[in-house]
Write a protein of this length. Structure first.
Length: 131
């Protein structure tokens, strides 16, 4: 028996959560992902970057990346400081997002959890040396 997934859009989505970083660094990471996996016209990953005014707790930036779209190949991207990124989605799609992040930043895996059809991966991103 063959199972067909009617929602291929959701299957190709990778949820990205960024923590422990400044606004401009979150913008740099989300901008790199947006360049690599362009959204539809009028949509933007980077709209989620601005924290709420007066927020008294750490800010978490969240974005959903659709890996079906392919944009620019990227090189190193500037970061002022390190940050943590949590990726979750289908294993192949998480690998695609991890590869793009690894092309743009120094990437260190900090742990992963594999489920039946989804994987969660935590990585630490820093600026590449000599950038």
């Amino acid at each position: 028996m063959t199972t067909h997934h009617s929602d291929s859009h959701h299957a190709s989505q990778v949820d990205v959560l960024l923590t422990d970083c400044a606004t401009q660094d979150a913008g740099a990471v989300l901008g790199a992902l947006e360049a690599a996996f362009p959204t539809r016209p009028g949509e933007s990953l980077t709209e989620a970057v601005e924290p709420r005014p007066g927020a008294k707790h750490p800010t978490v930036w969240a974005a959903s990346v659709d890996t079906r779209s392919h944009g620019h190949e990227l090189g190193p991207v500037h970061l002022d400081g390190p940050l943590t990124a949590d990726l979750s989605g289908g294993p192949r799609h998480v690998r695609e997002v991890k590869k793009v992040l690894g092309d743009c930043f120094e990437l260190e895996e900090q742990g992963s959890v594999s489920g039946d059809q989804e994987v969660e991966l935590r990585v630490r991103l820093t600026e590449m040396p000599d950038h």
